[in-house]
Design a binder for this molecule. Structure first.
Ligand SMILES: NC(=O)c1ccc[n+]([C@@H]2O[C@H](COP(=O)([O-])OP(=O)(O)OC[C@H]3O[C@@H](n4cnc5c(N)ncnc54)[C@H](OP(=O)(O)O)[C@@H]3O)[C@@H](O)[C@H]2O)c1
Ligand SMILES: [Zn+2]
Length: 337
């Protein structure tokens, strides 16, 4: 089989198409004929050599978490899926036995890890992590859901928003950002989204943002958000200076849920302001398989139409990563091996 592998961790130029042995599913596993695998900033961190998640000397590495396709073989003991089933993978890898797995939610698992290997013609996965796709849900659409929409959905649930509440999403045009805006709309929550690119704002409005702001300077964004209102929650995947900004604009008792650090791994917080205003900062990573099942249901019922900026053939995987790095995109990028 062919795979788009990371052969050097030097950015998009480090992606090469390689031939590998087609995997055979072991006990409890299934092999997927991959129709689509979306990419995430997570893959780009690895490709840039900025992730601790892989051993940089163990190359080539096949990344890709968000796999959808057709089951074409199953290993011993698999009963939940069979050849010919259309499926999407929940990329959670959990131990199933630690205190956090027992109490839930499963994404708290003490040994939590992520599946990698979807940027290839075939993928060997845990069969229990597969979700059947209803007829109306295309595999390309389903591949957009697992990381970005799952993460945004779990964050919105943790933000405990009510219909009519106001949400602030700095950097609203990428995978997690667009997902947060679209899902807020589904929940009846109003949103404010930002982008450095004026050209993306109209589309963001079409996707459900009630207010859009152009810019990246936290001082400018602080003033512009305050002109709109006082957010009940912030979805923060940027980290860095946007963390202080999020705390500043939140209402008293508001929640800021944090999942990323694109704009910086540390930030300075005003502790006195935090406790005097009863605000909450909540860390969050990915979501549960049940969350992903709900998202597939929203798509099947026509309530959610994930925004796919562009689909790329496997040979053009490096171009997809270059577009993500250069911030040329709006929504998800999907590779179709
Ligand atoms: N913990 C988790 O479970 C989890 C899950 C998913 C993602 N994440 C993290 O969340 C972040 C977003 O992931 P993603 O896949 O959605 O990424 P993405 O698609 O690349 O996000 C692009 C968005 O980020 C903005 N952006 C990019 N670089 C920026 C910068 N230096 N300053 C300000 N804004 C910037 C872009 O703004 P413009 O419109 O201005 O270009 C765009 O809105 C990443 O850090 C990722 O690792 C974490
Ligand atoms: Zn566990």
């Amino acid at each position: 089989m062919r795979a788009a592998a990371f052969t050097d961790l030097t950015g998009p130029d480090g992606v090469a198409i390689v031939k590998q042995q087609t995997p055979s599913p072991g006990p409890g596993e299934a092999r997927i004929d991959v129709d689509a695998c979306s990419i995430n900033h997570h893959d780009l961190w690895i490709l840039d050599g900025a992730s601790a998640m892989i051993d940089p000397t163990d190359l080539p590495f096949v990344s890709g978490l968000d796999v959808a396709g057709v089951v074409d073989a199953v290993g011993d003991g698999v009963t939940g899926v069979e050849s010919g089933d259309r499926v999407v993978l929940c990329p959670n890898l959990t131990c199933g036995s630690c205190r956090f797995c027992r109490e839930g939610p499963e994404n708290l698992c003490a040994s939590y890890a992520l599946y990698h290997g979807g940027l290839a013609e075939d993928a060997r996965v845990e069969a229990d992590r597969l979700i059947h796709l209803p007829d109306g849900v295309a595999t390309t659409t389903a591949a957009a859901l697992p990381t970005a929409y799952l993460t945004a959905y779990h964050m919105l649930r943790r933000a405990a928003l009510e219909p009519g509440d106001l949400l602030f999403v700095p950097g609203a045009t990428g995978g997690v950002g667009v997902a947060a805006v679209q899902l807020a709309d589904v929940m009846g929550v109003r949103s404010i989204g930002t982008s450095s690119a004026a050209s993306k704002l109209e589309s963001l409005t079409d996707l459900g943002a009630d207010h859009t702001i152009e810019g990246t300077d936290p001082d400018h964004l602080r003033d512009a958000v305050r002109e709109v209102g006082t957010p009940d929650a912030v979805i923060n995947h940027l980290g860095g200076a946007y963390t202080g900004l999020g705390l500043d604009v939140l209402r008293r008792g508001g929640r800021m849920v944090v999942c990323g650090r694109t704009a910086g791994p540390t930030s300075e917080l005003d502790i006195g302001h935090l406790f005097r205003t009863h605000k909450r900062v909540i860390g969050s990573t990915m979501g549960t398989q049940a969350d992903l099942e709900r998202l597939v249901g929203l798509v099947a019922d026509g309530d959610l139409d994930p925004r796919i900026d562009r689909a790329y053939p496997l040979d053009e995987t490096a171009d997809a990563f270059a577009a993500m790095r250069d911030r040329e995109t709006l929504g998800k990028l999907v590779v179709t091996p």
